[in-house]
Design a protein around this ligand. Structure first.
Ligand code: ATP
Ligand code: MG
Length: 252
């Protein structure tokens, strides 16, 4: 197995008496499409918040490519390539699809490549924006306002915006929230394709079990702050504890 991109050791997080991460140890590996699942309130979003720096850990260490990032603020983690999307849609509705992606592309270009003149930088940003829109399948909608996109396409646009930061590891919190099953499968098939192409390493939180088990390389099941199962989809799907925790739900 390759060196982990992100390692979590002894991670503990609680809100009062509600424990959302109880001494978690996890390694996320490059190229592996990992899904984190678990019932509502299991601690999935909180885990993403802690790993990406939006919330502090109570205890434990977080290592990104071997470097201890436990105390680093969000923007420094983003600069290192640790990025995320949110559970609610987060695009600029009044701006075109193109500009939604171009703005973060330009922001990165401005930060990293000051040697280029402004025209060269703009041309490069244009090409990069087009490349990203191509990757997420929105090239033909580039001139439309983001508000005109379907919910599914807005989610794809968010993935595009996130890719503009050139993440090495990208957390997507419920990228298919609010979509119908057909749209969900489309989005996640797109994410799987990007993962297979090596565009970045994805970790997703997703509730649709059919999709999770058919598209993930690895599934981590979180339940009340504990990892109750972690492995290949086929093994996780049959795990008695997982079935128990989803008892009464139609998912398995
Ligand atoms: N900022 C906060 N302050 C207090 N409690 C919180 C806070 N954020 C989350 N919680 C609580 O922590 C628990 C885990 O919440 P979290 O949002 O991580 O769950 P989740 O697994 O993402 O759930 P869902 O599937 O509904 O999105 C819940 O009981 C929630 O009420
Ligand atoms: Mg959540």
């Amino acid at each position: 197995m390759s060196q982990p991109l992100l390692s979590v050791r002894g991670l503990y997080k609680a809100f009062g008496k509600v424990v959302t991460a109880r001494d978690l140890d996890i390694d996320f590996h490059p190229g592996q499409l990992t899904s984190i699942i678990g019932p509502n309130g299991a601690g999935k979003s909180t885990l993403i918040n802690v790993l990406t720096g939006a919330l502090p850990a109570d205890q434990g260490r977080i290592l990104f490519q071997g470097r201890d990032i436990t105390g680093l603020p969000v923007h420094q983690r983003v600069q290192m390539g640790l990025c995320r999307s949110f559970q609610v849609v987060n695009v600029f509705p009044g701006l075109s699809v193109f500009h939604n992606v171009q703005i973060p592309v330009l922001a990165l270009a401005g930060r990293g490549r000051r040697v280029l003149g402004s025209l060269a930088r703009e041309q490069e940003a244009r090409r990069e924006t087009e490349r990203i829109l191509e990757m997420v399948g929105l090239a033909d909608k580039a001139s439309q306002p983001a508000s005109a996109l379907s919910h599914g396409d807005q989610r794809l646009l968010e993935v595009g915006i996130a890719l503009a930061a050139r993440p090495r590891l990208l957390f997507l919190d419920e990228p298919t929230a609010g979509m119908n099953p057909v749209e969900r499968r489309e989005i996640l098939a797109g994410i799987q394709r990007l993962s297979r192409q090596g565009v970045t390493t994805f970790v997703i939180v997703e509730h649709d079990m059919d999709i999770v088990f058919s598209l993930s390389d690895r599934v981590i099941v979180l339940h009340r702050g504990d990892i109750i199962c972690d492995g290949e989809p086929s093994a996780v799907q049959c795990d008695p504890q997982v079935r128990e925790c989803y008892l009464g739900e139609e998912v398995l």
